[in-house]
Design a protein around this ligand. Structure first.
Ligand code: FAD
Length: 279
């Protein structure tokens, strides 16, 4: 039974741009808090564009008594800039960070002083020792810029070797891709937990656009089914819920150590998936 298993649960938000979005996020967060997640994480905009907003929400979450985990990306940044941010995190009592390379914002040509996430992990360890638990990104369907699956796996292993404690995957809808990736990582000597990232589905067309950009595959059988529903939002939601719930079930039964939900700042689908899973 899934309810007897020790499953790590985390939920990700993005920093809204408006006061209205912030108020809504607070509301959705309160609903998700009933799930007692291990942590809430907050994304970090390309090139530091959301630095202040990310940090403000992280502080708000921490004040509510939850483990608040900021994402931090290094592309386009300097060592001095990252050092300053790490100092702010420490002073606030933050204990975990999701450490990423990020993507260069359009118009920004300079990659900065730390080019890849493994360099950021190494920098955080050198600067702060064991002050933070470091989580990195993993890609069961491979990162879109990777030269080859083997090269991507080597780069993932570099992040673990540099001192990452755990990883969260890009979302995917093919459980076999996850299990294959975990097998490959273990064969390459990478022992850190690999937590599947789960994207609940509200709008198929938005998801399809986003997935093309980040290299996540929507399997043909799912695509065809969604397309068949046209604008029938209710059927899209029902099919999305059923598919994602079954994916979570398969992942957990197959040994995944937990679930990390990409919430898109919305609670209802996550609450319903957890209810159906009996968690
Ligand atoms: P890396 O691990 O550095 O990999 C990037 C690419 O470079 C890969 O193709 C890899 O194979 C290659 N590579 C890595 N190391 C080397 C090396 N040493 N030499 C040569 N090639 C190398 N983006 C945001 O902007 N903000 C967020 O808050 C955010 N949160 C995320 C959370 C999760 C869980 C995930 C999975 C992704 C998130 N992203 C976020 C997206 C992420 O920033 C992008 O996918 C980005 O393109 C890669 O970041 P990374 O940390 O995986 O990079």
């Amino acid at each position: 039974m899934l309810s007897d298993m020790n499953i790590e649960l985390s939920i990700e938000f993005f920093p809204p741009q408006t006061a209205e979005g912030l108020a809504k996020l607070k509301n959705e967060r309160a609903k998700l808090a009933t799930l007692k997640p291990d942590f809430f994480s907050v994304t970090y905009g390309a090139g530091g564009s959301t630095r202040v907003r990310t940090f403000d929400i992280v502080k708000e979450i921490a004040a509510e008594g939850f483990d608040a985990v900021p994402h931090l990306s290094c592309i386009g940044s300097t060592r001095a800039g990252i050092r300053e941010i790490l100092g702010e995190f420490r002073a606030t009592g933050i204990r975990r960070i999701v450490a990423l390379r990020g993507d260069l914002p359009s118009g920004m040509a300079e990659a900065g002083e730390l080019r890849y996430a493994n360099e950021l992990v190494e920098f955080i360890r050198t600067e702060t020792g064991d002050a933070f638990q470091i989580i990195v990104a993993a890609y069961p369907e491979w990162h879109p810029q990777a030269k080859s699956p083997e090269a991507d796996l080597r780069n993932f292993a570099r992040k673990a070797k540099a001192g990452a404690n755990a990883s969260i995957t890009q979302y995917f809808y093919n459980a076999d891709a996850y299990f294959h990736f975990v097998d490959k990582a273990r064969s390459a000597g990478v022992e850190i937990p690999i937590i599947p990232g789960i994207m609940p589905i509200t709008s198929f067309y938005k998801l399809a656009r986003f997935s093309d950009a980040c290299g996540a595959d929507i399997p043909r059988w799912m695509r065809r089914q969604f397309e068949g529903y046209g604008d029938d939002v209710e059927s899209i939601c029902a099919f999305g819920l059923e598919t994602v719930t079954r994916l979570c079930e398969r992942l957990l039964q197959g040994g995944a150590p937990g679930l990390h939900f990409y919430s898109m700042n919305q609670a209802p689908l996550i609450l319903e998936i957890q209810r159906r899973l009996g968690l």
